[in-house]
Design a binder for this molecule. Structure first.
Ligand code: M6R
Length: 607
């Protein structure tokens, strides 16, 4: 969602701010702006609706060599996308950018006298509140920010500068990430470390409830209660190549194609194929604790939820006496769900910042249940708040549509399931086939992508004309079909829904006509004959069907995508690659923005 950057140092602030905002574009936004302050206390505030190129056009006429400034990409929450609602917001000499939501902004606004509000945003209220403590020299900048934040209910990551002081920048966070990059005679601010890559490798991740006063060569952190915090400097592991397209037209295709390597990273050091065993250090559960687990709750949103559903199907196949419930975080956080004793919760999130997933994590922890993160972004809020965890290590995922994270989330969870099964004494002859197939998966993914991408591209072009799609599967192919439908709808804007094959006769079969096409995932050995009967039912009603299978089939369908693989258990994961490629190529054929679909953000940090 929204992105924050800030700079104080010796370079031209505008340059870093614009390049940093471009790095954060992938998060989704609808307006952008920057404010820089000159040595002689003049502020240049430039904002524009739409993409960063619009901002750059304005900046070209307003080049400044100021050495301090803040910038923002806004994803509208309060008020439409417009220049007036774009950040930074000004109140007196205060300029402020904000990620998150100030829930009590109406009450605060009613109390604030003497500021003429120009925008509809909650952020301008926060700027005016800070100014009310800052103007007339009542408080120094950092203390004015602290006084204001003490009155605020909601979530925020903020960066603030004052026209009166061109050497200081103040940042604070509660529920919305903020990273401080430590440079040589410069300090850089971002809501996401990817904006700092190439500038510094040293970063300090602020914790909730912390505020920092930043100059070009000092960083002073304290809590809102004025307790000093000693900063932990961490290394940024991401490199420039990981956040560039690397010769691909789009990040989405790059990330689909990266999966052989990204999954290999997930597996690194965790599999012992010879013994047929798995070793995960991160969850930090003893053998006795693993043995005791009777119930798994898997929590996520969107793709992470689908990964949880699919992993749940697998884990229950090889782990005895365990119940698994995979839940949508935005629902679960408000349910009055009873969590039985001996439960463990898997908290699944690529970004590690998704607001609903984070809220569930906190709720579940309150009930005394152990939480294990299945997270990609290192140092993210969820990764830091869980009791233990397994990073999926897929590297930055820039495209809004999640692909490589899904594959690795599924396998990371299956590996966690295998560690439970091992501890519970499940025979190695039951578990070894899973370990063997997992070990082969990276190479099988590579073969599948190489051998099918061109065919899928050709097929996809013919289906770009449809407005409706039905994805179908059974057993493990069903959650894979759900993920395929999500991928298609979010990038191509087609109305795509998934059904369990067995549900067709209970309603969805009525949809089948020329407005729809059907994508059926039919893996060999997984209720294969039953799926084939269902395919026939659709064909008998004039369906326009694409069948994805690793088996021979003898049916008159419009198109078959045949996967040649030695894998059976994880064939549905390979089929999902076809769905990913299909969604990509349909969207390219339609000419839409593949990496940044309309209305969506990469990381959903507000409810
Ligand atoms: O960062 P997270 O994994 O927590 O994100 C969860 C969902 O917002 C995300 O998977 C979303 O559904 C993707 N755009 C799907 O491609």
């Amino acid at each position: 969602m929204c992105g924050i950057v800030g700079y104080v140092g010796e370079r031209k602030a505008q340059d870093f701010l614009v390049s940093g905002l471009k790095r954060l574009e992938y998060r989704g936004y609808d307006s952008a702006g920057i404010a820089t302050v000159s040595k002689d206390n003049k502020t240049t505030l430039i904002r524009a609706k739409g993409k960063i190129v619009n901002l750059e056009e304005k900046l070209a006429k307003n080049k400044r060599d100021d050495h301090i400034g803040i910038g923002h990409t806004r994803w509208a929450t309060h008020g439409e996308p417009s220049e007036t609602n774009a950040h930074p917001h000004q109140a007196g000499s205060i300029f402020l950018v904000h990620n998150g939501i100030i829930e009590n902004y109406k009450d605060l606004k009613a109390e604030l006298k003497g500021h003429e509000f120009k925008s509809e945003t909650d952020t301008e209220v926060l700027a005016a509140l800070v100014n009310s403590f800052y103007k007339d020299g009542k408080y120094p900048l950092i203390n004015a920010v602290v006084q204001a934040l003490k009155l605020v209910k909601g979530t925020y990551g903020i960066a603030v500068v004052s026209e009166k002081n061109p050497d200081e920048l103040v940042v604070a966070r509660s529920g919305s990430p903020l990273v401080i990059g430590v440079g040589n005679n410069e300090t850089l601010i971002a809501s996401d470390a990817s904006a700092l890559v190439g500038h510094t490798k040293k970063a300090i991740y602020l914790n909730d409830g912390e505020v920092a006063l930043v100059t070009k060569n000092s960083i002073e952190i304290k809590t809102l209660n004025a307790e000093p915090v000693s900063a932990k400097v961490e290394e940024i592991e991401t490199n420039l190549a990981a956040i560039q397209k690397g010769g691909y037209d789009h990040f989405l295709l790059k990330e689909i194609m990266e999966q052989p390597d990204s999954l290999a990273e997930t597996l690194r050091g965790r599999l012992n194929v010879k013994d047929g065993t798995v070793r995960l250090g991160g969850p930090g559960l003893s053998e006795a604790e693993l043995r005791k687990i009777k119930h798994l709750i898997i929590v996520g949103c969107g793709t992470a939820y689908h990964a949880g559903l699919l992993a749940g199907y697998y884990i229950e196949k090889f782990t005895p006496e365990i119940t698994i419930e995979t839940v949508i975080a935005s629902e679960y956080r408000y349910r009055d769900a009873y969590i039985p004793k001996d439960s463990v919760a898997l908290i699944v999130s690529q970004s590690g910042e998704t607001a609903d997933t984070l809220a569930c994590l906190r709720e579940i922890k309150k009930q005394g249940t152990k939480t294990i993160g299945i997270v990609n972004v290192i140092g993210s809020t969820i990764a830091r708040e869980v009791d233990g965890g397994t990073y999926v290590h897929v590297g930055p995922e820039i495209s809004v549509a999640s692909t490589k994270a899904f594959t690795s989330q599924v396998i990371a969870m299956v590996m966690f399931g295998l560690t439970i099964a091992q501890a519970k004494g499940v025979k190695s002859s039951t578990l070894a086939p899973y370990v063997k197939e997992i070990a082969k998966l990276p190479e099988e993914i590579r073969k599948t992508l190489d051998s099918t991408a061109e065919d899928v591209r050709k097929i996809a072009k013919d289906y770009a004309k449809y407005d409706h799609a039905i994805y179908l599967g059974r057993d493990t192919a069903y959650p894979a079909a759900m993920e395929g439908a999500l991928k298609l709808k979010e990038v191509s804007y087609m109305d795509a829904n998934a059904y369990a094959f067995g549900e067709l006769k209970h309603g969805p079969l009525a949809l089948v006509d020329d407005r729809f096409f059907e994508m059926a995932l039919v893996p060999k050995g997984i209720l294969f004959e039953k799926s084939i009967s269902n395919v026939q039912e659709v064909l008998a009603r004039g369906g326009h069907m694409i069948v994805v299978t690793n088996s021979e089939i003898d049916l008159e369908v419009e198109n078959v995508v045949k996967i040649t693989t030695s894998l059976e258990i994880f064939a549905p994961l390979l089929m999902n690659l076809i769905s990913q490629l299909f969604a990509y190529y349909v969207t390219v054929a339609k000419g839409y923005n593949v990496d940044q679909p309309r209305n969506l953000a990469k990381s959903v940090t507000v409810e």
